[in-house]
Design a protein around this ligand. Structure first.
Ligand code: KG4
Ligand code: ZN
Length: 425
């Protein structure tokens, strides 16, 4: 059972917080804030505040977010360094680290927010999809808090939370197109509402972040002095800046398949074959860093970017054909850990420029796993009156959970030919 958290902050401090909302307000923030006022007598709080908890993979994260999108407090413990040493996530290790950190992280987020547990509107926690052992820690800790503090519980779908984060930072109306690219997921979906998604395509094997992680590991990039503590994807992006992609020719996968699905395993294997060949040529052992590592990083990043851009281009054309996206304000949102890659963002910008769409990405810290997106998804659900639970006994985590209604077959049947774009990045 978590210890009683020592919060005895009175309404004065809360009023100071709300005053801060007005210190640098945008018009939309003021309107949203005014709308959030609740004048019923006896109500201590001016607007909804949600505590979000995330433990679906290798980050223990928590945040307190209010209805106007103010992040009142947040804390995160990343396990990346530990998993880099073991060469990948070992689920029982991730579980143990979540267990060791969750109470401190939640406490830090709450303390920073100045909100007392009694004044939270709800607790929102990722319950799907993700690693079973990791999800379990967040869910059981949240259940204890819900029972202790007598708060409603909002179960969160990790990918829905990634998809809706943009509505915290930008004014984006439904429907919009979303591309989620991370270490565990790769999908394209039309977002029609808070919990209303049409799945247009997904990876048939691994996600791009996973591919980058595997290639980075095979290249032994943790031994590279500039990349030792970076995730695989970040290390590839960093090294690629120093490399020449034209030194290797790696063709994009699924070139002739006219749907919006993705594949990254082939790309991984082709790159690994090149690495083995180069090791022989350079006369070095497996485990040492190749002199051509930067060129190879640049080539693999370019091919992945082209592949992602082409599938996304087709998804935009498909939605435009069906008039599912606004003619004047079509929006493509890109999120997930891989979305923090600026080379891939640039490739996607070439696509959105060619299709008169607006490309929006949350800031990098909100693209990777975080507690803010979970709390914000809780706010969205609270406002929409969706999945607000008062009894948590029957709630189970779900390691596998598809996003929305799968229409990828229909997308493939439309067999849309995508015009060639010059990817000069
Ligand atoms: O969203 P995220 O934090 O966790 C999930 O997978 O849900 O994404 C982590 C993934 C890792 O595979 C990491 O290598 C990749 O995102 N990543 C990147 C970059 N930063 C993180 N991939 C490419 N370029 C980056 N700059
Ligand atoms: Zn994620």
């Amino acid at each position: 059972m978590p210890k009683e958290l020592p919060f005895r902050i009175g309404s004065m401090l809360i009023l100071n917080k709300t005053a801060r909302v007005f210190s640098k307000p945008s018009k939309s923030k003021i309107y949203a804030f005014l709308r959030s006022f609740n004048f019923s007598p006896g109500t201590r709080f001016l607007h909804k505040v949600v505590l979000g908890i995330e433990t679906s993979c290798d980050d223990t994260a928590a945040a307190v977010v209010d209805e106007t999108g103010n992040v009142l407090g947040e804390a995160i413990h990343s396990q990346t360094e530990v998993h880099l040493k073991t060469g990948g996530i070992v689920p029982p290790v991730a579980q143990q680290l979540h267990r060791e950190n969750i109470e401190r992280i939640v406490q830090e987020a709450l303390s920073a927010s100045g909100i007392s547990p009694g004044d939270l509107s709800a607790i929102a926690t990722t319950i799907k999809p993700g690693l079973a052992l990791s999800l379990g820690v967040g869910l059981s800790f949240s259940k204890q808090l819900v029972n202790q503090w007598k708060k409603p519980f909002i179960p969160i779908h990790h990918m829905e939370a990634h998809a809706l984060t943009i509505r915290l930072t930008n004014q984006v109306e439904f429907p919009f197109l979303v591309l989620l690219i991370s270490g565990g997921h790769c999908l394209l979906a039309l977002v029609r509402g808070v919990s209303d998604f049409l799945l247009l395509g997904k990876s048939l094997d691994i996600a791009p972040g996973d591919m980058f992680d595997k290639v980075a590991r095979r290249l032994s990039l943790t031994k590279h002095p500039e990349c030792s503590s970076m995730s695989g994807g970040k290390a590839i992006e960093h090294l690629a800046k120093q490399g020449n992609r034209f030194h290797f020719d790696i063709s994009p996968p699924m070139h002739r398949v006219k749907n919006c699905d993705f594949s990254f395993t082939g790309l991984q294997h082709v790159t690994e074959k090149i690495i083995t060949k180069k090791e022989k040529e350079e006369g070095i052992e497996k485990g040492q860093v190749l002199s051509s590592a930067a060129d190879l990083a640049a080539a693999v990043q370019h091919t992945a970017a082209c592949h992602i851009a082409k599938r996304t281009h087709r998804a935009i054309l498909f939605c435009q054909q069906r008039q599912w996206l606004s003619q004047s304000h079509a929006v493509l949102v890109v999120s997930g850990g891989v979305a923090s890659n600026f080379y891939i963002r640039r490739a996607l910008e070439i696509v959105t420029d060619a299709t008169q769409c607006t490309l929006l990405c949350p800031p990098p810290r909100l693209c990777t796993d975080n507690g803010v997106m979970i709390a914000w998804n809780g706010i969205e659900k609270l406002r929409a009156g969706l999945s607000i639970l008062y009894d948590v006994e029957g709630i189970r985590y779900e390691p596998k959970s598809p996003l929305g209604i799968d229409i990828s077959k229909e997308v493939g049947e439309a067999s849309i030919k995508v015009p060639q774009l010059k990817m000069m990045i």
